[in-house]
Structure formats: structure tokens, C-alpha cells
Ligand binder design. Structure first.
Ligand SMILES: Cc1ncc(COP(=O)(O)O)c(C=O)c1O
Length: 448
């Protein structure tokens, strides 16, 4: 890789971005007077380009910014809009519910329908609701601690489960340390957390043998450091070891729902004790959920009291609100269907084949990998087997260049890594547009 060439191309793309986005620039300047860092949330500073583009409207797989550019959205709210933007039947249900009460601290019948549907999809019988996947994970961890009487959790290196304190831990020279960039950690994460590499069964066994781990919290395949697939047999070993050591297994399917309507869990017959999810299940309206098995439900029942049900570290005034539940019901019933997933996965296969073709044309030492309707490219030759390997394959400069190059040509990738997600509305033409832009970017970078 010729880094000087990369820097020149990047500078050219920066200029092109500034020239093309005067309205967004104007809004960003104004935002700096009212919003911390000029953005509504701090990760929005990570977008490629001098500032984020401001959105005017979005529908299906596309959005238009305030300068009138239309984009194919392959970020889709980092999975929050995997349903496509504003799916019609979800919007109708939201409008209907909004006219008749948004939040009450009382149940609506939609909650039962949603609980029953989640049970059908994922196999766990009992559910409760949160506003985010982060909260679903936080509550699942608390429940695991409560019912096991153990104080530690175990996560895999370079995992991401939302802004959950215990999970911001990485292995540094084999020791647990704070993940760099973690803001104001309450304690050294080594106090709360054991960390091992994904796919390392021996290390997992050694960590669980201490007998102090309440739960393992993991995605079935890592998706937040590029995609890291489990080795054959890894999930069997994980389940057998957690059972043997009295440790609960929490599977977080917030991203891996991209595998299919029942997530990775149903597609691969996993048997978690606790299941967590959020992001797309209400079509973009804030909603999360956690489910438990019959046995865990009984243990939770024995460990909690009626008097303290409102003070126990699990809750949220707006959790389980009527609007989120109505949106979840409509989304699960009409949008995230078997037929939709079939389409989305076929389009993702086309995306992957397109990127693979470009990589092969140039003999570049890179690869692309796919999980259901999600695909991701990484600048290393082969699939990583662990978070550490995937982290070593990251190339922030190259990522930023590709993101900006794509953005300037009407394609939005996630700001965090090179993830592309397909919604039910994403078309073959959208994917082919990405392939053409990616081909041009790689040709400019590598020559030829
Ligand atoms: C696997 C996983 N779990 C949980 C979360 C947290 O989701 P949220 O930020 O919506 O709470 C994320 C966010 O990226 C995630 O990737």
C-alpha cells in the first residue's frame, strides 16, 4: 500500500466533500453552538468527511441529505434500521398507538403478542423489555449475578455489547485491562471481568474453572471488530463448559439477527440461558428485550421480592412502553419475516460476490465475509479467528478513505468498520452501485 498515494487521494476526497455539502456545513457550524462537539451523540464525530451530512428524509434503503444528495444506506443505523427506513406497516402502527397513549407504566396486549413471537423465533419462553440492547445486556448480567451469587462475568476479547461497564475490557499482554477509549470507567475492569479470545476453548475452560463467573456474555459470531465466525464445535464447547461450571450463557443477538428470522440461535440450534436483543426489532423505535428459559425464570422468581421490584437495578420508566411494543409487534409481524430475510440474504450474497471479484481482480491481500444479510471487508488476507486477530487487521486510514470515497458517490457505510447491511428494500442495483464504486476506489488506490 502506497501511503502517500492514499493521503493524496484522501485529501482530494475531503475537498470534494466540502464543495458538495454547503448546507450540511452550515448546519454543522450552527450545531457547534448548541451541541457538544456539534453532534447529538459523540460517535457522530466519527463520520468520514469534515462533518456529518445532515439528513432531510429517509425511506426504505435510501436517504437524502439537506444538500439534496441521495444515498444508498448500507449502514442502516448500524442495524437499528435493518428493516429499511420507516417501513409502512410499522409507521401505521406507531401513528395509531401514538393517538391512544404512548407510555403508561401499565401493560398493553401488544406485549403478550411480542413475547409469544420472540418465544417462537428464539425458543426461550419468558421475555421482558428495555429501551436499548445495552440495557437488555445490563439487566441480563445483573440477573445472572443475582441468581448465581457470583460476581464476575466473562466476555471475549474485542467484543461490543453497548455501553456496559463490565464489557469494556480487553486483553493486554494476556492480562485484563480497560479497553482504550473507555470514558470514566467506575473500576478497573479486571475486578468485574474475565476476558478470553473467541474460539479459544482451553482459555475459556481455565477462566471458568475459577468458579466465580456468573455468566458468559457473547454474540454468537463477533460482529463489532469485523465479523469473526465461531470455529466448528466452538458453540458446543461453550455450552458444555458453561453448564459444567454453573455459569449462565447469555447470547446477544442484537446484530446477529442478520442471520435469519430466528437469529443465529435458531439457525444453529444454540441453547442460551438468557437471550438479549435490541436495535431493529421495533423498526428503529427504541426497544430492546431479554428472554430467559423456564429454569432461569424460576430462579429469578425465587431471588426477587415484590417490595423491591422497582429498586433492583433493573428497570427504566419508559421500558416496555406502549409505543415501543406497538412498533415491535408490527415490525416482527410484517417486516422481519422469513420472506424478507430470504431476499436480504440473497442481496448480501451478491454484495459479497461483487467485493470478492474486485479483490481478486487486483490480487489484494484482503477478504470479505458475510453473516446472513450483513457483509464486511477487512484489510487482511484471511478470516480472523479471534478479536485480537481482527483488531490487528484494522486499518483506520484505509477505512476512512473508503468511507469517504463511497459517501462522495452516494453510498453510506457504517462509521465504525466496513460493514454493509441489507434491508428488505435494498435492491440488486444498490449493491451493484456499491461494487462499481468499490472497484473504482481500489483501482485508484492500487493502480490498474
Ligand atoms: C452486539 C451488540 N449488543 C448491544 C449493542 C448495544 O446496542 P444499543 O447501543 O442500541 O444499546 C450493540 C451496539 O452496537 C451491539 O453491537
Amino acid at each position: 500500500m502506497d501511503r502517500a498515494r492514499l493521503a493524496d487521494l484522501h485529501a482530494r476526497e475531503e475537498r470534494r466533500f466540502v464543495e458538495a455539502n454547503p448546507r450540511s456545513r452550515e448546519l454543522f457550524e450552527r450545531a457547534r453552538g448548541a451541541l457538544l462537539g456539534g453532534v447529538p451523540m459523540n460517535w457522530m464525530v466519527k463520520w468520514a468527511g469534515a462533518h456529518p451530512v445532515f439528513v432531510a428524509r429517509a425511506e426504505g434503503a435510501r436517504f437524502t441529505d439537506v444538500d439534496g444528495h441521495e444515498y444508498v444506506d448500507l449502514c442502516l443505523g448500524d442495524t437499528g434500521a435493518m428493516t429499511g427506513h420507516s417501513p409502512a406497516l410499522t409507521v401505521a402502527a406507531i401513528a395509531e398507538r401514538a393517538r391512544h397513549g404512548i407510555t403508561l407504566m401499565l401493560p398493553t396486549a401488544d406485549a403478550i403478542w411480542v413475547g409469544e413471537d420472540l418465544a417462537r423465533r428464539f425458543g426461550l419462553p419468558y421475555w421482558q423489555f428495555t429501551l436499548t440492547a445495552t440495557d437488555a445486556n445490563r439487566f441480563a448480567i445483573r440477573l445472572a449475578r443475582q441468581i448465581t451469587g457470583r460476581d464476575k462475568i466473562l466476555v471475549f476479547n474485542w467484543c461490543y455489547h453497548g455501553s456496559v461497564d463490565e464489557t469494556f475490557a480487553t486483553l493486554v499482554d494476556g492480562r485484563v485491562g480497560p479497553r482504550s477509549g473507555n470514558i470514566g470507567p467506575p473500576v478497573d475492569p479486571a475486578v468485574t471481568t474475565r476476558v478470553v479470545e473467541f474460539n479459544d476453548v482451553d482459555a475459556l475452560e481455565a477462566a471458568l474453572a475459577h468458579g466465580d463467573v456468573a455468566c458468559v456474555l457473547t454474540e454468537p459470531a463477533l460482529t463489532n471488530i469485523g465479523i469473526v465466525h465461531p470455529d466448528p464445535g466452538f458453540h458446543d464447547a461453550l455450552r458444555a463448559l458453561t453448564r459444567r461450571h454453573g455459569t449462565l450463557l447469555i447470547i446477544d443477538e442484537t446484530h446477529t439477527i442478520c442471520t435469519g428470522p430466528g437469529g443465529y440461535t435458531r439457525a444453529h440450534g444454540l441453547e442460551p440461558d438468557v437471550f438479549t436483543i435490541g436495535k431493529p426489532i421495533a423498526g428503529g423505535v427504541p426497544a430492546g428485550a431479554y428472554g430467559v428459559t423456564e429454569e432461569i425464570a424460576a430462579r429469578i422468581g425465587r431471588a426477587t421480592t415484590l417490595e423491591e421490584a422497582d429498586t433492583g437495578g433493573i428497570g427504566g420508566t419508559l421500558a416496555g412502553n406502549a409505543l415501543s411494543l406497538a412498533a415491535m409487534r408490527a415490525t416482527l409481524e410484517h417486516v422481519l419475516t422469513e420472506a424478507a430475510f430470504e431476499r436480504m440474504i440473497a442481496v448480501a450474497e451478491r454484495f459479497t460476490a461483487g467485493v470478492e471479484g474486485v479483490i481478486a481482480e487486483h490480487g489484494a491481500p484482503w477478504h470479505v465475509t458475510r453473516l446472513g444479510c450483513r457483509a464486511e471487508y477487512l484489510f487482511r488476507p484471511d478470516r480472523p479467528r479471534s478479536g485480537a486477530e481482527a483488531a490487528a487487521g484494522q486499518d483506520a486510514e484505509l477505512d476512512r478513505f473508503i468511507h469517504l470515497y463511497a459517501l462522495n458517490r452516494g453510498i453510506l457505510l457504517t462509521p465504525f468498520h466496513n460493514m454493509a447491511l441489507m434491508s428488505p428494500a435494498t435492491s440488486e442495483a444498490d449493491v451493484d452501485h456499491h461494487t462499481a464504486v468499490y472497484r473504482d476506489a481500489v483501482a485508484e488506490l492500487l493502480g490498474g
